[in-house]
Design a protein around this ligand. Structure first.
Ligand SMILES: NC(=O)NC(NC(N)=O)C(=O)[O-]
Length: 382
């Protein structure tokens, strides 16, 4: 007997309960996927992204499908004919079916559930969680809940599950639909390092996303002295970009070198007389000494020239940091601005269009910038 949405309370978020999914009927498996309608600020990043160094450090069960799939970038794939020794090959984290203890009590208990522990690649404030059940149609969890913790150092799974770590509920136990993007708003103004995803009583989740803002460790950055001020993991962010046609501008501040062209930022071909650009906010107010612009993998479509300008706050005027400089395709350019300069926001202009793979901005925080960063960390860790 199909259950109706009215039998379930509405989730605490911007998704309304989508209910059970229909069996796969052939053709495009995403044709009947239920995406969540939402608008999120452009600067939010997925703190649980594998590309940031996140990991699923433990799960109580992963019989049907590996826990690591949860944090992979990109949407989950579905190949209808793909079966292995354990059953249907699924692109997600999937546990076995829970059973009760006896013939007379074959169903799981009300509190039975499966769990996975996630280390956030970049600790920060979580503002929205997505529990994506893509392709889990008859085997998605009935409900999920999400908790978060803030732990110092690099705790083991046992330590995370031990009495010293306090868990805060981000999403209470809430029914979720199958083959759907289940999105939840989070209101917990705290810096977290780990998440715990619970499936009640069991089932499969394709992807977990934890969107929010990075809150870097000021002691680490202060000790480093000179660091990459625009890097995502250090609290840099993209505020706006002229063109997101082929790839997101945030790729330019991800860790490491780009591995392929689509791991960088590429704009569409311009047919007007303008130019493309990205506006960034640095970790905090800082003195910039050196920059690196890397056009790796962009060969026939590298930006032709680039310039950088800087401003000391949202209402200050823009001043030149780096004059218009010619770029080579597929090359890391180490560039020294004519003068070290102080600012909190940066603008990259590329001429006329094309792409870059990475931008690195090396310098040190000003004393007032360092003090604000430390204060924010203190407030969010209290
Ligand atoms: N068709 C299935 O997906 N069945 C089972 N799951 C896998 N992965 O085989 C199950 O019990 O949920």
């Amino acid at each position: 007997m199909p259950r109706t949405p009215a039998e379930h309370p509405a989730p605490a978020g911007d998704t309304s309960f989508t209910g059970a999914a229909e069996p796969y009927a052939g053709g495009d498996p995403y044709a009947d996927y239920r995406a969540a309608a939402h608008t999120a600020p452009a600067h939010w990043v997925d703190l649980a992204d594998r590309r940031l160094g996140s990991g699923v450090v433990a799960a109580n069960d992963e019989f049907f499908a590996d826990r690591e799939n949860l944090l992979l970038p990109g949407r989950a794939e579905f190949h209808p004919g793909s079966f292995g020794h354990k059953g249907k090959v699924m692109d997600g984290w999937e546990t076995r079916r829970r059973r009760g203890g006896s013939a007379g009590r074959p169903h799981p208990l009300a509190d039975d559930h499966d769990w996975a522990l996630i280390r956030l690649g970049a600790p920060g404030v979580v503002r929205a969680v997505v529990v994506d059940t893509a392709h889990f149609r008859g085997n998605h969890p009935a409900a999920i809940s999400v908790e978060a913790a803030s732990a110092d150092g690099t705790p083991s799974p046992d330590e995370l599950l031990g009495p010293a770590v306090k868990w805060t509920e981000l999403v209470p136990r809430t029914p979720v639909g199958g083959h759907a993007e289940n999105r939840f708003t989070v209101r917990a103004e705290r810096r977290f390092t780990h998440l715990r995803l619970n499936q009640h009583p069991d089932g499969g989740v394709a992807r977990l996303r934890a969107y929010g803002e990075v809150v870097p460790d000021p002691r680490w950055l202060g000790t480093l002295g000179t660091f990459d001020l625009v890097a995502l993991e250090n609290g840099g962010r993209v505020e706006e970009a002229s063109d997101l046609f082929y790839s997101p501008a945030v790729n330019t501040i991800r860790p490491g070198r780009a591995r392929r062209m689509d791991d960088g930022w590429e704009t569409r071909r311009r047919r007007d007389r303008g130019n493309d650009w990205i506006r960034y906010r640095l970790a905090e107010r800082a003195l910039i000494r050196a920059v690196e612009i890397d056009t790796a993998h962009l060969k026939g479509n590298s930006a032709g020239w680039a310039s950088l300008s800087l401003r000391d706050g949202p209402h200050a005027p823009w001043t030149d940091l780096l004059p218009r400089t010619r770029l080579e395709p597929d090359t890391a350019h180490r560039l020294l601005p004519p003068e070290p300069a102080i600012g909190a926001e940066l603008r990259l202009d590329v001429y006329p269009d094309g792409g870059i793979a990475r931008l690195r901005v090396f310098g040190e925080l000003t004393p007032d910038g360092a003090a604000r960063l430390a204060e924010r960390h203190r407030e969010l860790s209290a």
